[in-house]
Write a protein that binds this ligand. Structure first.
Ligand code: NAP
Ligand code: G4F
Length: 332
């Protein structure tokens, strides 16, 4: 039987790294789009550069490219001829998207169009595509919990760009019969989370404060509530979406919501500290428009994909703190 080929854009990110590991385990040949500046987390190769990385994993083939550059997207699609594409690359920082709205629209919005248009232009009619959509689409929420039928109300340039990508994917599915599925994922975290996201920032600070190498933790809106899950479980569902009989849109979420303050309590109590003594609320860390509450209903994913999240909020914080305690010194 022919070896299955998958192309992952954003392979160097949190989800891309877990997904690459999962697909390798399943026997795939994995192609990844990387930028010159990309760094890796796959296996023990934390921090390896692309050039070093290429010879080490015979089933991972990295291609230099950029979602803002159609010629590179198109070349990578033609070279890899993937059975499955996971479009995970994005300018994924919501707050930063307010500072770089045009760039965010180009990469996070138009980037998705470049991927699906390349597949269409190259006549890859059997290629299945996963688009990384986001619970940020729900923004100023119309109903709680949010599910696939909940109307969108995006609240940031990032979310508006993801809305554009979501609708383009849906339109290509309906117009050209392409197999494109949107995963509407609520926040999911791991020890590989980028350092600017709030869970990573809090855990790192708690350990550093405990060790005496940091004094305060500047934060923005700690009243915001999120539905936080564990990233490795979520990438498994991305794969399931592309094995499903038909393309569709699926919410992935835990169904529980917790505030940033609750996260602080758990993380700081893990190292025996009172967060109130160290957190400084900084106006510049608030967003021009905030998403106050996200809480997802993943019933459809459970019923159609057989997917349920396993890690509870407390277990998640523990996992992140344990990793931070053991690896924190290397993550400066
Ligand atoms: P992440 O860790 O921030 O990774 C983003 C990836 O995109 C990185 O590999 C980055 O490469 C790549 N990238 C950025 N700009 C690019 C460009 N112009 N061209 C090519 N690649 C580019 O994000 P994540 O948490 O893994 O999330 C994966 C996807 O799911 C993203 O689309 C995100 O918006 C979406 N999402 C995430 C969550 C979540 O809670 N994690 C929830 C819903 C949706 P470099 O290493 O070169 O920077
Ligand atoms: O960790 P965050 O930056 O994640 P956010 O904005 O929810 O976005 C993440 O999840 C989305 C899915 O819902 C993804 F689509 C997106 O790509 C990304 O992965 O912030 C979480 C909450 C926000 O309400 C924010 O205002 O934490 C609040 N917060 C308070 N102080 C802070 C801070 N967030 C960050 N990053 N840094 C702070 O100092």
């Amino acid at each position: 039987m022919e070896t299955k080929r998958a192309l992952i854009t954003g392979i160097s990110g949190q989800d891309g790294s877990y997904l690459a590991e999962l697909l390798i385990q399943k026997g795939y040949e994995v192609h990844g789009m990387v930028r010159r500046s990309s760094r890796y987390y796959i296996g023990s190769d934390v921090g390896a550069s692309a050039d070093d990385f290429i010879p080490r994993h015979k089933n991972i083939i990295l291609h230099y490219g950029d979602l803002s550059d159609f010629s590179s997207v198109d070349r990578i699609v033609r070279e890899s001829k993937p059975h499955e594409i996971y479009n995970l690359a994005a300018m994924s920082d919501v707050r930063v998207s307010f500072d770089v709205p045009e760039y965010t629209s180009d990469v996070t919005g138009l980037g998705a169009l470049r991927v699906i248009e390349s597949v269409r232009n190259n006549g890859l009619t059997d290629t299945r595509i996963y688009q990384a959509s986001s619970s940020e689409l729900y923004g100023k929420v119309i109903e709680t919990p949010q599910k696939e039928t909940t109307p969108f109300y995006p609240r940031s340039p990032y979310a508006v760009s993801k809305a554009y990508a979501y609708w383009m994917c849906k339109n290509y599915r309906e117009s050209y019969g392409m197999f494109i599925s949107n995963g509407i994922l609520f926040n999911h975290e791991s020890p590989r989370r980028g350092p600017n996201f709030v869970t990573s920032k809090i855990c790192r600070a708690a350990v550093r404060i405990k060790n005496g190498t940091q004094e305060i933790l500047p934060l923005g809106n700690i009243n915001a509530k999120r539905d936080w899950g564990f990233a490795p479980e979520y990438v498994e569902a991305m794969w399931r979406m592309l094995q499903h009989t038909e393309p569709d849109d699926f919410v992935l979420a835990t169904g529980e919501t917790h505030s940033v303050e609750e996260f602080l309590v758990e993380a700081f109590s893990y190292v025996g500290l009172d967060w109130k003594q160290y957190v400084k609320i900084e106006p510049h860390l608030f967003r021009p428009a905030e998403v106050d509450l996200l809480c997802g209903d993943a019933t459809k994913a459970r019923e159609k994909l057989g997917w349920t999240p396993k890690t509870t909020f407390k277990q998640l914080v523990q996992t992140l703190m344990e990793a931070e305690m053991s690896h924190g010194a290397n993550k400066a």
